[in-house]
Design a protein around this ligand. Structure first.
Ligand SMILES: Cc1ncc(COP(=O)(O)O)c(C=O)c1O
Length: 285
């Protein structure tokens, strides 16, 4: 199937969907993005994704190219042009195209691109055996709460993880606290509680993170949003969450087993409850 993308006001086949070489996204990574999952035609937490997109734009003073209700319609239309059962919608907004100068010389028309593809599913093996991670000192900027397209550190983190045969890199702060992954939020089960770094400038407020915490609380799992370390006594499980992973058990870090080295009960339960919610979404469509 030829994919269709929405680019600056037009639906085009993906091969013909291009932006200007002086786009500030290309020149400076001067832009923001969102990734939204769609199950059986129903978008997961669309309003939360659009709120975060709006906040990301506001934080770097880019005007939303269209009002939110129009953006919703465009997202739905893009999905209908590429109607996968389970889809992943990508929205990218940059400041626009202009002769290269760090300071934009005038108010620009933002560039907006929307694509819809098949939602990549984690392999059966990673679900049954869990995945692995390495840790690296955080080398990113100090506004990780903005969903910026400047992802060079994440690319390096992913490359280093792959080079060492792992799936993800967990970033550590100077005191060795686990902040988040290159493209995931991180969690630990510590003495029966679900622990994750609090929301601040060092982590992205993942939409899936919110869902995980909401579901955990609804099932009477104690949630602690606080800095945590891999060396903490009583740590039995690690997990990571994202739109494309839901929640994933992380069973090996830096080559060492976490807990038993197999997915633990909290990760299995949380994943099951999340998948139940995805199934319910499919039934509403
Ligand atoms: C750095 C980072 N943290 C967390 C996440 C997870 O966010 P979400 O659950 O909204 O997909 C992402 C997703 O791309 C990310 O890039």
């Amino acid at each position: 199937m030829t994919l269709t993308a929405w680019v600056n006001g037009r639906f085009l086949p993906l091969d013909e969907a291009t932006v200007h070489i002086e786009d500030r996204g290309f020149q400076f990574a001067d832009g923001v993005y969102e990734v939204i999952a769609c199950f059986g035609g129903t978008f997961l937490d669309l309003d939360a994704h659009l709120d975060r997109l709006l906040r990301s734009c506001e934080n770097i003073a880019i005007n939303m190219p269209v009002p939110l209700h129009e953006l919703k319609t465009l997202i739905e239309q893009t999905y209908r042009h590429n109607p996968f059962e389970d889809a992943m919608i990508y929205v990218q907004i940059t400041r626009g195209a202009a002769p290269r100068s760090h300071l934009a010389q005038r108010e620009l028309t933002p560039t907006m691109v929307i694509t819809s593809r098949e939602l990549p599913m984690p392999s059966a093996e990673s679900i049954s055996d869990g995945v692995s991670a390495i840790t690296l000192d955080d080398m990113r900027w100090k506004r990780c709460d903005i969903k910026s397209i400047a992802l060079l550190a994440s690319v390096i983190g992913k490359q280093e993880a792959a080079f060492r045969g792992a799936d993800e890199t967990f970033w550590l702060d100077e005191q060795q606290h686990v902040l988040e992954g290159c493209a995931t939020n991180c969690f630990a089960a510590i003495r029966g509680a679900l622990v994750t770094h609090p929301l601040d400038h060092q982590v992205l407020g993942g939409i899936t993170r919110n869902m995980v915490l909401r579901i955990a609380r609804a099932h009477d799992i104690t949630v602690e949003e606080r800095p945590w370390k891999l060396t903490e006594t009583g740590l039995t499980e690690c997990m990571m969450s994202s739109t494309t992973n839901a929640i994933m058990p992380v069973c090996h870090i830096n080559g060492e087993n976490i807990g038993t080295g197999k997915p633990g009960p909290m990760a299995i339960q949380l994943r099951g409850w999340m998948l139940d919610e995805f199934e319910k979404l499919k039934k509403t469509s």
